[in-house]
Design a binder for this molecule. Structure first.
Ligand SMILES: [Fe+2]
Length: 266
């Protein structure tokens, strides 16, 4: 397990929409790609960072734990339990690592730990489902098949597949899609969510000033969607640089981050 002795950076985004009540403002804390890392002992510094955000709800954009464990997944599930006690409203969509753990027999030990941890918290993964929150917000959790995470190629998502998996967006509500892999942004756009929350790329591991991230987990050099806010055809996507590392702890010009997301009406 990689232990950081400093808290993660908090990056703030403010998103405005006519779909939300004018006087309403909701704050979400968003975390992706913790990969079993710890900020101080028992993630004390991470939990303090969440407290600094003072969120109304928490979103987890996948890869909380790792298929090939970094260390002690039980400790990460304990962190999730502590987070859930502080913030009962948690939306947790799977990353490629949770997907592998759940579906591939080789990760039996990790699966047992993950299952036990999730049962203890009472949370369930959002696998192609949605939940409504705060009257005017709908949150979708996307669970894409393994073939969409293959290395070296970005397989396009067939038209209408998202509608088959998730149903139609609710045009009356502000639709947030938690989708772990940002490489499919052009395909997500066609489904017409208002906002997409992603991670997976870890900021490209090494960030080169003026250029961006060097490499993605799919071994794409200079990945197009590596970190920050993107917008096309009225759809916004925020990509987290991620909170942790796996396999090698390599992050240059790329400190671990969690995000404060403020969503408000215009
Ligand atoms: Fe990932």
């Amino acid at each position: 397990m990689f232990v950081f002795n400093k808290p993660p950076v908090i990056t703030e985004y403010v998103i405005e929409s006519e779909k939300l009540k004018k006087d309403g403002e909701k704050v979400f804390a968003v975390i992706s790609d913790l990969h079993e890392c710890s900020f101080g002992t028992d993630n004390r510094l991470l939990l303090e960072a969440f407290k600094d955000i003072r969120p109304d709800a928490v979103m987890i954009a996948g890869d909380l734990i790792s298929s090939y464990s970094n260390g002690n997944p039980y400790s990460t599930m304990k962190t999730l339990d502590m987070l859930h006690k502080l913030y009962p409203l948690i939306f947790f969509a799977p990353g490629n690592h949770e997907k592998k753990i759940i579906e591939r027999p080789v990760f039996k030990r990790q699966k047992a730990c993950f299952k036990e941890g999730m049962e203890k918290t009472g949370l369930s993964l959002m696998r192609n489902e949605h939940r409504d929150v705060f009257n005017d917000i709908r949150v979708y959790g996307l669970d894409l098949d393994h073939r969409f995470y293959r290395r070296l190629i970005t397989r396009r998502i067939p038209e209408h597949m998202l509608e088959r998996l998730l149903g139609k967006t609710d045009t009356e509500k502000f639709n947030i899609l938690i989708a772990h892999d940002p490489a499919h942004f052009p395909d997500y756009i066609k489904w017409k969510p208002d906002l997409i929350l992603s991670g997976h790329v870890h900021g490209g591991l090494i960030r080169i000033p003026g250029i961006g991230g060097l490499i993605s987990p799919a071994y794409t050099l200079f990945p197009k969607y590596d970190a920050g806010l993107y917008e096309k055809d009225g759809v916004k996507m925020i990509v987290s640089r991620g909170a942790g590392s796996h396999t090698i702890n390599l992050r240059i010009n790329n400190p671990p981050e969690i995000m404060k997301l403020v969503i408000k009406g215009i």
